[in-house]
Ligand binder design. Structure first.
Ligand code: ATP
Length: 199
């Protein structure tokens, strides 16, 4: 799976529809200060389901809607499409291309779409689960969090590397299985007691 393109319309500084194509492998976005580079990573985070406006460098969620400039008036809706190549089947859906869309109207209404079909935020999270992509994962690292990662304790940094390598989810599954095993052991003990009493 890789990010094929990002389409922004009315999102932050991107008043007009802008299509950003990406290639497999490393891509770089370059531009002068204030030209909107961080707004692009905000858009990715947002379309993946981010609910905290502060994580998008705003006060309220409405701040993602283009607020107008000297040359243009504000718009009423922000929309982002994230186009993922899924030919390797990383995402558990029968599509070789998955388009995730999020819209927010100034009236407060919002919607998510998956390949054009109206969906819930939960459906988007479900599709991304296990892909390593999502708001809770460290697939997007802001300038501020980069500093805190560099200054974090070695154990915390190790947890980040494990998450990136996909080890964390196996650790969580292992812990869950161990809890289940412990509860089964307790049940078995109780059954043995009952059997002992009968005999
Ligand atoms: P730097 O290199 O300094 O980090 P950058 O290229 O990452 O800058 P951004 O922070 O992405 O730049 O973009 C900042 C610009 O986006 C500012 O000019 C700001 O006014 C504009 N902007 C942010 N939100 C909105 C909005 N809702 N409507 C219009 N413009 C906005």
């Amino acid at each position: 799976m890789y990010l094929k393109s990002l389409v922004l319309k009315g999102f932050k500084s991107f008043a007009d529809r802008s299509v950003l194509p990406f290639e497999p492998g490393l891509n770089a976005v370059v531009g002068p200060n204030g030209s909107g580079k961080s707004n692009i990573s905000d858009a990715v985070l947002w379309v993946l389901g981010e609910r905290n406006a502060k994580h998008l460098r705003g006060q309220a969620m409405e701040d993602v809607i283009f607020a107008g400039s000297t040359a243009r008036k504000a718009v009423g809706v922000a929309e982002v499409d994230l186009v993922l190549d899924n030919t390797d089947g990383t995402l558990p859906v029968d599509f070789s291309e998955v388009v995730l869309t999020r819209r927010l109207y100034r009236t407060g209404e919002s919607e998510y779409l998956i390949n054009g079909a109206v969906s819930r935020r939960l459906d988007v999270l479900d599709i991304l689960h296990d892909s390593g992509l999502g708001t809770g994962t460290h697939s997007i690292i802001s300038q501020g969090s980069l500093d805190s990662i560099l200054q974090s304790r070695p154990e915390d940094r190790r947890a980040l590397v494990e998450e990136a390598a996909g080890v964390l989810k196996h650790k969580q599954r292992k812990a869950k299985s161990e809890r289940k095993l412990a509860s089964m052991d307790a049940h078995l003990d109780r059954v043995r007691d009952v059997v002992g009493e009968i005999e």
